[in-house]
Design a protein around this ligand. Structure first.
Ligand code: AVJ
Length: 324
């Protein structure tokens, strides 16, 4: 069992249980996509990124592969030393291109990857120095905001924050606004934020990325029910649920649901949850943005848009914002 302690001093496992029960006892029911990523969920997400319908990864990869030198120039400002902080660094397969460009430009910086997963941080500290011997790296394992505090305690150098992968898409517009405002509070004037957004585009193309015919995304959603069975003593019968994805071009909200295929009861530990036939569980939002939406988000939350980096097809943008 995980013994990590959260901010409110609730063990992670019971935080998971509390969130699951609160979501499934609510009307309408919901679960949080942040719980998708157990070991199995990580594996399925890898498969999603390899799907031909899932254009996001290739688009942002192209931006980093082809425009990292330009990004590095922009980041360096007047050449002073800085800390490059990455939120949710993962395996850094995209950011490694930027790290290379920054080293090539002989800039004085330390890379501070932040990730909630201890083994992600251990792997990065192991592997990156082998690939980039000159890299100064200091991994921070924990909650984004607590680790940002820690990063500020380590040095008072200018901060450049990377938040890529369209991870902001997993927040609805109000949550994204709060997140950016909270992030702004941790930063100082002239600090930078480089933030990846998936852009509004042909609705068919967006929907296809979240509704693949082979059912990989379906199993990604259903895996959370399996995880509840495994970790919280649940008895979901997975074959009694189906995946439903939707995209609303008016709001840019791409949402996924699990639909109960019949009237059923599910036990989770000591609790019993009732599902009506055709009742839905709201599982995930992947919010899409227009360029106007992105600029509006920046100015509402204390940032000024500085520059934008697109892939050739303009499916995706990495926006560079400066703290006001
Ligand atoms: C990791 C949040 C960027 O929303 O596109 C992929 C997760 N969900 N397919 C996304 C996801 C279903 C992904 N992000």
């Amino acid at each position: 069992m995980d013994t990590m302690i959260t901010k409110r001093m609730v063990p992670v496992a019971s935080q998971f249980l509390n969130d699951v029960l609160a979501g499934l006892q609510a009307e309408p029911k919901f679960l949080s996509s942040k719980y998708f990523y157990d070991e199995k969920g990580d594996q399925i997400f890898q498969q999603i990124m390899e799907m031909k319908e899932y254009y996001l990864t290739n688009s942002e990869m192209e931006i980093l592969q082809e425009q990292s030198a330009k990004l590095a120039t922009l980041i360096s400002l007047d050449g002073d030393a800085f800390d490059l902080i990455e939120l949710g660094a993962g395996d850094a397969t995209k950011s490694i291109h930027l790290l290379k460009a920054l080293l090539q430009a002989q800039l004085n910086f330390t890379y501070l990857p932040i990730d909630i997963s201890a083994h992600v941080i251990a792997d990065l500290e192991d592997n990156l120095p082998k690939k980039l011997p000159d890299l100064q790296i200091e991994g921070l394992n924990g909650d984004y905001f607590k680790m940002l505090e820690k990063a500020k305690a380590i040095s008072n150098r200018r901060k450049v924050v990377l938040f890529m992968g369209a991870n902001i898409g997993n927040m609805d517009l109000a949550e994204a606004e709060n997140f950016c405002r909270d992030l702004r509070e941790e930063l100082s004037p002239n600090d930078l934020l480089i933030i990846g957004f998936d852009l509004k585009k042909n609705p068919q193309q967006i929907l296809a990325a979240y509704n693949d015919p082979t059912g990989i995304t379906r199993s990604f959603n259903l895996n959370l029910l399996n995880r509840i069975n495994r970790e919280l003593d649940g008895d979901f019968n997975i074959s009694n649920f189906d995946h439903y994805a939707s995209y609303d071009p008016e709001t840019g909200a791409c949402k996924s649901y699990l639909i109960s295929l019949n009237d059923q009861r599910v036990n989770i530990g000591d609790e019993t949850i009732h599902f009506n036939k055709n009742e839905h569980i709201y599982m995930e939002i992947s919010q899409k943005y227009s360029l106007e939406d992105i600029d509006a988000l920046a100015s509402k939350t204390g940032f000024t848009p500085m520059n934008r980096f697109f892939d050739r097809q303009e499916y995706f943008v990495d926006a560079v914002w400066k703290v006001d």
